[in-house]
Design a protein around this ligand. Sequence first.
Ligand SMILES: Cc1cc2nc3c(=O)[nH]c(=O)nc-3n(C[C@H](O)[C@H](O)[C@H](O)COP(=O)(O)OP(=O)(O)OC[C@H]3O[C@@H](n4cnc5c(N)ncnc54)[C@H](O)[C@@H]3O)c2cc1C
Length: 446
Amino acid sequence: MSQISPPVVIVGAGPAGCTLAGLLAQRGIDCLVFDDDKRPGLLVGESLIPGVVPVFRQLGVEDRVAQMSTRKPGASFFVTDGGPRLHFTFKNVESHLPPYSYNTPRPELDNLLRVRAEELGAKFVHARAELEPCIKDGQPSIRLSERSREVAGLSAEAEPLLVDASGRARTFSRLMDIPAKKGDRDDVAYFAHFEDFDHDDVEDGQVIISVLRAGWSWRIPLPGRLSVGVVVSKEHAKTLGATAEERLENAIRQEPLLAEKAMRARRVTPVMTYTNYQLLSERGYGPGWVLLGDAFGFVDPMLSPGLFMSLEGARQLADCVFSQGVEILKKPEALERALVRYDRRIVEWHHAWQELVKYFYDGRIFRIHLAGKNLAMKPSPFNLASRMERHSTAHIASMASGGWTRSGYSRSLMRMLSRYLVWDVPPAESFAVRQVHRDEPRSKAA
Ligand SMILES: Cc1cc2nc3c(=O)[nH]c(=O)nc-3n(C[C@H](O)[C@H](O)[C@H](O)COP(=O)(O)OP(=O)(O)OC[C@H]3O[C@@H](n4cnc5c(N)ncnc54)[C@H](O)[C@@H]3O)c2cc1C
């Protein structure tokens, strides 16, 4: 076997790893991806936000994504027991992002991104990467085992930049004992695909997120089927049954927003279980290594930012580090500056998403919505009130689309609205995601 010496080696062929491989290949930079070939038939991460579409376009795959997907015009947020219903349309973002996105079967999307990276010239080795901690420049670092170097055919001189795109395995951080900051959530999700699960009366392709009597749920329309998932506390999950199948079935049966829609539903896949937490690594790079996608951090799936963070993270890494080509890898100071820039951007994204998602979990977003609607109905000079309401909705929709998520103005607007606009509306707790199930409707229990 001939020996190779790629400047970049990526561990993990999920969306983050394959997107980076494709983007580097477009820049003419050789890279090698370790693909452990683990492809479950069913994967979470099916609901995408408009922010991913520009990356699909950059990779030249949007047409192929569209063929395998349902077009997603927006997302709706319901609160159980007659609570508010909030409809976001991506038309609100058309000034700066595509006004739509896609709901996509994940294994197919992963395959497409891998095939595209190969078409563009990235190389794959079908093996699990084995790594070992080491010290480099006096700091914790990581290297491939001799066996992995051999399997990949790396030459003795090869000293590639190693990218951890191994997802929630967080391979590098675990081996180097890099701590992570954890967020408030510690839940478990059960999900499966159904046929004949009725969708509510919303636009075709609209995703519905529901705040349930306990936890929350997603309903994602995919071609020919509906992906239904419930996210509940681990304690509540135990009360729902012994197996994942019982838990999903009972959760659906117990929840008024889901039970009626599921009357004729047939489950057509096994039920998958995922833990749900929020986590951000305290270091994103070091000498010879860098983290990407879920391996860097995991926001929370309620607003579907996961794939966006993987794809946008890959784009940021390609832009921050490799905009001038691969020579930077031989210039330690320039490389350090570029990695700092990348690290800061990703951390900033995480903080912005975490702030936004908190408004949905603790119910403040529904208060802002109700207060805005009340205000818009009141007469005001030049229709100022209803214009203000449209302005705020557009900003929140853009934040949830991956457009103005980090914008200082949008974030300040949301904070201000939640503090000063909310008179004559129920407290945020009435709409908050709850850990424990209560049988009575929220209006009584609140
Ligand atoms: C309950 C839940 C619901 C979600 N819903 C959504 C959603 O609707 N929309 C959305 O955008 N996101 C969603 N996500 C998040 C999304 O699934 C992830 O953010 C996304 O998969 C991250 O991509 P990645 O490439 O970083 O990691 P992964 O997709 O995990 O890919 C990592 C790959 O690396 C491989 N690997 C690991 N170790 C090695 C090794 N040593 N050698 C070689 N290969 C290795 C793995 O097998 C895997 O193929 C959800 C997550 C959860 C938990």
